[in-house]
Every structure is written in structure tokens, then in C-alpha cells.
Design a protein around this ligand. Structure first.
Ligand SMILES: CC(C)(COP(=O)(O)OP(=O)(O)OC[C@H]1O[C@@H](n2cnc3c(N)ncnc32)[C@H](O)[C@@H]1OP(=O)(O)O)[C@@H](O)C(=O)NCCC(=O)NCCS
Length: 162
């Protein structure tokens, strides 16, 4: 079978998209996206969606401008599981970097879990360099509704934007 191309566009995530973001994580995570959209209104973050021609998001990710002075921090990057390894993550990251440059900031930052070598090698290919490590933790909702604390260690990476 030959290759199949889909025209994708990148825009800001909106509230109307949230019912179509179930693939991006738990119900709690999708509820928290609503809070990130409020932060986007005040300019603290950009939250992007890569969309198919019918306007449905197949990748989302944020840029937080409040974490590191003079930089945009990429976080919560995710591509629909059925469409990973097709170049969509690369498109999302390049669009996020453009948003950072649009604010006249010269650096992109991100943190990747030490247990996620695939994502790390993608970031390295796109020019990110590791400069440290940091413990991180967050609440995870189990199927029975109970909340557990997930503890991990992340590699800190950054890239100077031209
Ligand atoms: C990490 C993630 C965001 C990357 O997005 P992606 O769309 O899969 O990434 P890309 O396709 O741009 O690049 C990654 C892979 O595709 C390949 N690729 C890139 N462009 C390609 C293209 N045009 N055609 C074919 N393959 C391509 C790369 O060689 C790379 O190979 P790999 O799968 O062996 O690592 C995505 O895989 C994801 O959501 N993962 C789960 C959540 C996660 O780990 N998030 C990151 C937290 S820091």
C-alpha cells in the first residue's frame, strides 16, 4: 500500500475541542485542560492543537512561559496513539518553538522522563540538549477512581532558538 497524506493544521486548543481529547489522557487530565485554557487567556501559556481537515485534534501540547525566565517550557506533549511516529510530534514541537520566538524569547525548555528514551531521542534530533535532572511527581487516577502519587525523575533539556 502506498503512503497516505493528510493535511494537518496547528491552532490554539479551544473548549469545544475538549470532548475530542479523550485519547490525550484520563478524564481528570481532560478536565485540567480546561484550566490550562483559562491560563492561555491570560497569556501565561499557549496550548496548541494539531488538527485534521475536519478540525479534530490529533496532537496537543502546551508552552508555559511562567516556569523559566526568558524561555518557553514545552509540556504535556501528546500525539494520538494511532498516529504516533508519523512526524506529527515534530510538527507540534516546531509550532511550539515558533510561538516562543513570536514572544521574542530565545530558548525552549522541556523535561522528559528518564524512562522515555523514544521521546528523548526525538528531542535530541530536534536540537535539544540535556543539562540536568530533576525529580517530579503527580497524581494518577486509577480505574477504581483512587488517586495515587506517581514519582519519577526527568532529564531537563533545552534548545536555543535562532
Ligand atoms: C513523544 C511524542 C509526543 C512524539 O510524537 P510523534 O508524532 O510520535 O513523533 P514524530 O513522529 O515526529 O517522531 C518520532 C518518530 O517518528 C519518526 N518520524 C519522524 N518523522 C517521520 C516521518 N515524516 N515519516 C515517518 N516517520 C517519521 C522518527 O524517526 C521517530 O521514530 P521512532 O518512533 O522510532 O522514535 C508521541 O510519540 C507521544 O505522544 N508519546 C506518548 C506520550 C509522551 O511520551 N509524551 C512526551 C512526554 S515528554
Amino acid at each position: 500500500m502506498g503512503a497516505f497524506r493528510i493535511a494537518l493544521s496547528v491552532r490554539d486548543l479551544t473548549r469545544a475541542d475538549l470532548p475530542s481529547c479523550g485519547w490525550a489522557g484520563s478524564a481528570k487530565h481532560v478536565r485540567q485542560l480546561a484550566e490550562q485554557l483559562r491560563r492561555a487567556e491570560t497569556g501565561d501559556v499557549d496550548y496548541l492543537a494539531v488538527c485534521t481537515p475536519v478540525g479534530l485534534p490529533v496532537a496537543v501540547g502546551g508552552v508555559d512561559y511562567t516556569v523559566k525566565e526568558g524561555a518557553g517550557t514545552l509540556w504535556q506533549l501528546g500525539v494520538h496513539p494511532a498516529l504516533q511516529s508519523c512526524g506529527i510530534g515534530t510538527l507540534l514541537i516546531r509550532s511550539a518553538e515558533q510561538r516562543i520566538s513570536d514572544r521574542c524569547l530565545g530558548r525552549a525548555e522541556l523535561a522528559v522522563e528518564e524512562g522515555n528514551p523514544r521521546a528523548r531521542s526525538l528531542y535530541e534530533r530536534l536540537g535539544y540538549r540535556a543539562y540536568g535532572r530533576e525529580p517530579d511527581s503527580w497524581d494518577v487516577e486509577a480505574e477504581d477512581g483512587s488517586i495515587q502519587r506517581y514519582e519519577t525523575t526527568c532529564t531537563l533539556m533545552r534548545k536555543d532558538l535562532a
